[in-house]
Design a protein around this ligand. Structure first.
Ligand SMILES: [Zn+2]
Length: 355
């Protein structure tokens, strides 16, 4: 019974993961049904390829059971190869969608998600629920599968777009295989759990940096100012209170998708909810991951007032934010530039291969 619940949870988790992935794809969201198709088809194909490679290994008398020397590395490299090959096999489904760098990691993530869901299903069905490590595995292995493969997705995008950079793809595959193997080692033993925490944290940071980089590079990216000025006559709607001057009147409203901001006609500041402020930084600043820690109190006297980045402040209790458009916009554009330079400095070899 517990097993069934865990398996059902992992499928639910799969759907939620696709929705979550779409939130990273801010500038030109991929069609939901294509993401589902790649998750199912890519997942199946990657499992079949991996099983085939395992059977080749076992026909050569190579043992890959837990604890055998190098077994974790065989597993890591076989499964990552399965996922990468499946992404190539999904090419007919996704070829018309590959128009910004984020698309590579997004579809790779779908394959990885499908792979992980199917693997989880068989893993849960075949393993007695004796060890609590199994629950840990089922819960965290899906996001990890996604994180390992993402770089291959970006390299896949470059390789198919520019018909080159195959060396980068090979490099991304090797990194994915090693990372996967390390994860498998750390998740297999209780006493290695502190190390597992570091691996998971590292994988998330890596995934967010990569998605920030591809988002900043998107040809569809616009600035926050562009977004506001694209409205010729915004509608006036019931207003948020302006934090700057306290004006509660209805305000011209700029709305698209989850983003909704309003202009205070008294003082010229822009108002939004504090949640939207975070979304603006993700969307126009290409910064992913938790931003809460980056907020700094304005002064000791005004305990609820915080600043996220230049040009804005928000009130924690009222959950309202306000910003000066041009200062905030400049800060966001600077964030985009710094994401690109910081990442390329780290991946200088990648940069050399593709430029
Ligand atoms: Zn105002």
């Amino acid at each position: 019974m517990l097993k069934l619940i865990l398996i059902a949870l992992s499928f639910l988790f799969g759907i939620l993961s696709i929705r979550k992935l779409r939130k990273y794809d801010v500038h030109e969201a991929e069609p939901f049904w294509k993401m589902v198709a790649v998750t199912i088809w890519g997942g199946l194909v990657s499992i079949v390829i991996s099983l085939f490679l395992y059977s080749v290994l076992s026909s050569q008398d190579v043992s890959i059971h837990d604890g055998a020397p190098f077994s974790y590395f065989f597993v890591g490299f076989i499964e990552e190869l399965g996922k990468l090959a499946a992404l190539f096999i999904c090419w007919p489904i996704i070829r018309n969608e590959m128009d910004e760098p984020t698309d590579g990691p997004i579809y790779m993530a779908c394959v990885a998600l499908g792979f992980s869901l199917i693997e989880n299903y068989f893993y849960a069905a075949a393993t007695p629920m004796s060890s609590p490590l199994i629950a840990v595995r089922l819960i965290i292995c899906t996001p990890m599968h996604i994180a390992f493969s993402m770089m291959m997705g970006l390299a896949f995008f470059w390789a198919t777009k520019f018909k080159g950079g195959w060396g980068v793809l090979l490099g991304a595959y090797i990194v994915a295989g090693i990372y996967h193997a390390l994860y498998d080692i750390f998740v297999s033993y209780w006493y290695l759990l502190p190390g597992l925490y570091l691996i998971i944290k590292g994988a998330y940071r890596w995934m967010h940096q990569l998605l920030g980089y591809t988002t900043a590079q998107s040809p569809f990216r616009t600035s926050l100012s562009d977004f506001v000025y694209s409205f010729q006559s915004p509608e006036t709607e019931p207003g948020l209170e302006c934090l700057d001057c306290g004006n509660p009147a209805p305000k011209p409203t700029y709305e698209r998708g989850r983003i909704r901001i309003q202009k205070c006609e008294e003082c010229g500041a822009f108002a939004c909810t504090s949640k939207t402020l975070y979304q603006l930084v993700h969307h126009y600043g290409s910064i992913f991951g938790k931003l809460k820690k980056q907020a700094k109190p304005v002064s000791k006297l005004r305990k609820n007032l915080y600043v996220l980045i230049k040009g804005n402040k928000f009130d924690r209790r009222k959950k309202v934010a306000c910003f000066d458009l041009s200062t905030f916009n400049d800060a966001l554009e600077e964030m985009n530039r710094s994401v690109i330079t910081r990442t390329e400095k780290k991946w200088w070899c990648v940069w050399k291969c593709t430029s």
